[in-house]
Write a protein that binds this ligand. Structure first.
Ligand code: ATP
Length: 381
């Protein structure tokens, strides 16, 4: 749920069939903290487990949260008190960060960490989940996946086969960092993360963070980006559906539009509508290309922070809600490759790299830089 997760298209790719009320201003309803909380995966999972991917949520200790917040990319010791296989000690990097006069380190939290933290219970939970889910998982925090950090992983995907894979991705991601301190940023009344002393007074108004962070592990599936769709719901009505991978044109989506549109509408009516606690929200689905089964992937806040993909938010905000029974939602897919959004730029190119990565960077290619970065964390002496 991080801000600006993808380039925003400037114009819809086809004229909106949504009837619009010209006099209605395109104004977002205020985002309240409860709405943001409702979109966290651990919050919605119990109600929607029957129609989403296999998922396990593991509550995180405050020690682990401090580890995630600490400067530097370094891995915990394993359950036997040893470095993960092939790990090179990062004492130098870590002590550098301790000596930094870093304003984020309020109250000296980083200094309270052991130089080599260890989370044996968490490690066991992750290993058990990986085994239970067939050998590989996809990691998230309460809201966000570390998809901006996939470049750091071997294979450049979020596929994790060990606890170290999970830790490395979480530690390298700005999207995860956003969950840790800025999840409620879009809420009316938000004054700051509360990590700086001047912000602490706002904690009674908008929470600075959830009461509990959870590691979300989902069974790994080879999902086809073409079959992912984002769905916009206003006043409990499915208003619009957009292809999610807006960097690529898929001719079969154009061909199958009517079928896919009704599959998603039917899925919404049967499984989602009236079950999600808010009237306005965004959800993502995946359609299995072979058997056409629809799966819920995630919920996102109905807020400008959520990427509207092939829509302008204004279309969604002013679309007239049809009387029931509802007409089919506005279904948008790219009509040609020339309409593709942001394909000339690597995804999340605008997100800043972790400071350790920047320190290492010497202007080489992404692949060789990623390889060197991984080696700096993992390699044996
Ligand atoms: N279980 C899974 N196995 C493999 N890939 C997955 C899995 N779940 C999600 N993905 C892929 O990762 C992408 C991001 O997943 P997800 O939407 O859960 O993350 P997110 O951080 O909430 O993204 P956003 O901020 O765009 O909503 C999905 O579009 C999908 O391609």
């Amino acid at each position: 749920m991080p801000a600006s997760t993808a380039p925003q298209p400037q114009a819809p790719v086809q004229p909106s069939p949504c009837p619009t009320a010209a006099a209605t201003p395109a104004v977002f309803p205020p985002v309240d903290p409860a709405h943001v909380s409702n979109c966290a995966l651990p919050a919605w999972l119990p109600r929607f487990a029957f129609c989403t991917l296999k998922t396990r949520c593991i509550p995180l200790s405050e020690d682990f949260v401090r580890y995630l917040n600490a400067d530097g990319i370094f891995l915990p010791l394993d359950a036997d008190g040893r470095h993960p296989a092939g790990y090179r000690s990062s004492d130098d990097n870590y002590s550098d960060s301790e000596s930094d006069n870093d304003t984020d380190d309020v109250g000296g939290e980083n200094n309270d960490l052991n130089v080599h933290p260890s989370f044996p219970d968490l490690q066991r939970d992750i290993e058990d989940t990986i085994a239970e889910f067939g050998g590989a998982v996809f990691p998230k925090l309460n809201w966000s996946s570390p998809k901006d950090a996939s470049w750091v992983a071997t294979g450049s995907t979020l596929k994790c086969v060990s606890p170290s894979d999970v830790y490395l991705l979480l530690k390298s991601s700005d999207f995860v960092a956003h969950d840790l301190a800025y999840a409620y940023e879009s809420c009316a009344g938000w004054k700051g993360s509360g990590r700086g002393s001047e912000d602490v007074a706002c904690v009674d108004v908008v929470p600075t963070r959830p009461a509990r962070f959870e590691l979300v592990l989902r069974k790994w599936y080879e999902l086809m980006p073409s079959m992912e769709f984002r769905c916009f719901v206003r006043d409990n009505v499915l208003i619009g559906i957009s292809q999610r991978d807006v960097a690529n044109y898929y001719d079969f989506l154009v061909r199958d539009s009517a079928e896919l549109q009704s599959l998603i509408q039917e899925f919404f009516t049967s499984n989602i509508q009236g079950r999600f606690p808010d009237a306005n929200y965004v959800f993502d689905v995946y359609i299995n290309q072979r058997n056409r089964k629809v799966w819920l992937l995630d919920f996102n806040p109905f807020s400008p922070e959520t990427d509207s993909l092939l829509f302008d938010w204004s279309n969604i905000l002013v679309a007239t809600i049809p009387p029931s029974p509802p007409s089919l939602p506005d279904f948008r897919v790219l009509q040609s490759q020339t309409e593709a959004v942001g394909s000339a730029h690597p995804a999340y190119a605008t997100n800043r790299l972790p400071r350790d990565a920047v320190d290492l960077s010497t202007g080489e290619t992404i692949d060789s830089f990623a390889e060197r970065f991984r080696r700096n964390v993992y390699d044996a002496i």
